[in-house]
Design a protein around this ligand. Sequence first.
Ligand SMILES: Cc1ncc(COP(=O)(O)O)c(C=O)c1O
Length: 459
Amino acid sequence: MKNNNYQAEYYKIKMVEPLKKTTREYRKNLLKKIGYNLFYLDSKDVFIDLLTDSGTSAMSDSQWSAMMVGDEAYAGSSSFHHLEDAVKKNMGYKYVLPTHQGRAAENILFLIMIKKGDYVPNNMHFDTTKAHILHKKGIPIDVVCDEAFNTTSNYPFKGNIDIDKLKNLIEDKGKDKIPLVMITITCNSGGGQPASMENIKKVRELTKKYDIPFFLDACRFAENAYFIKKREIGYENKSIREIVLEMMSYSDGCTFSGKKDALSNIGGFLALNDEKLYIEGATWLVLFEGFITYGGMSGRDMEAMAQGLEEVLDENYLETRVKQVEYLGNKLLEANIPIIQPIGGHAVYVDVKKFLSHIPQDNLPGQALAVELYLEAGIRSVEIGTVLAGREPITWENIHPKLELLRLAIPRRVYTNAHINVVANALINIYKRRENIKGYKFIYEPPRLRHFLARFKPI
Ligand SMILES: Cc1ncc(COP(=O)(O)O)c(C=O)c1O
């Protein structure tokens, strides 16, 4: 059995937070009250919270103790220098602009790089990346490899960019219309799938040829490096630190959310190698985030991130992390539940088109499954499907995304495998009675960001 290769956690627990169990009746009434949108749930009513892996990590004793020495000076904070040193040492970039979280780094980068009508290719843009490009009147384009859309293929690097698609785009639009190329590692919108070193290197070669800057959306850079070590020939004997430094060396900088692979609850940064871009970015940073030695963070936050950037490169930690996600995925596969394969780095993605094949996309099957999982066992997950995709701007029809998914994002160092068993068992129970599950319709739909604020009712 695949599950047997799961090792015990490489940490022990010294602080706990109680969880409340609720009854099915309580959850049923609550769901009605909140309009069946799990974003409206109070976390005290959630038994296992798999809404996101962002900002939900358990910090280590070393992170908590580092916070105690946070330097809260407005200018010249020593905590900023600790963060800056960690980024320089572990990622190899020259300049660091601290921000309150990842999307703020995107805002600064795109402000200094994008002009109206420019195209920005990425394997698959994350929502905030896409929204910030659109905000600067740019056009986000996904050029991920076709394998990303085949949920059952075991292609090891579904986060790869299709080099031909990228080359054709550059040739077609002209290099002057493409201010930068990005790769998101790992590719969240495509199921937490990694990009290979070979692919990152090829993107570097192509962008160099056309003199286009190349940036990483590096939120889950360490998880990506772990997959390279495990799956790419030639990297099996390299350390995670070596792999990370090589990956980053092919890029001109990165946007980063500390809420993922810095094991922190808040924070982010924009890292750069070009001095001119850094100086320009710094002026916007002061306007939108704060002075250049704290950006949007307190000294305490910067200390926690600096320490997290060390801990995340520990291969034992990464093994515990990735294998726990794999453990959940394998349990579901054994019960024939359709999920995206290979299993991603931070989440398991259920293929809802197959799970609830009797519910058409307009009846919001992903939302229906998310609601059912909460009802079954108090587990909060998130729909990544028709509700999230929104509507066509002109026809106002629902966009029907190619992938209709339910994401089970696993917070780092938070849950034990006993919790994971509860999640697997709940989904297996639902799968057995899936034919009885009905779709949902909107009763309130805001003009934008409907995923967060909409209310529904069962059909
Ligand atoms: C791939 C990716 N990029 C960017 C972001 C934005 O980061 P933040 O939530 O810190 O603004 C996220 C957050 O989930 C992400 O997953």
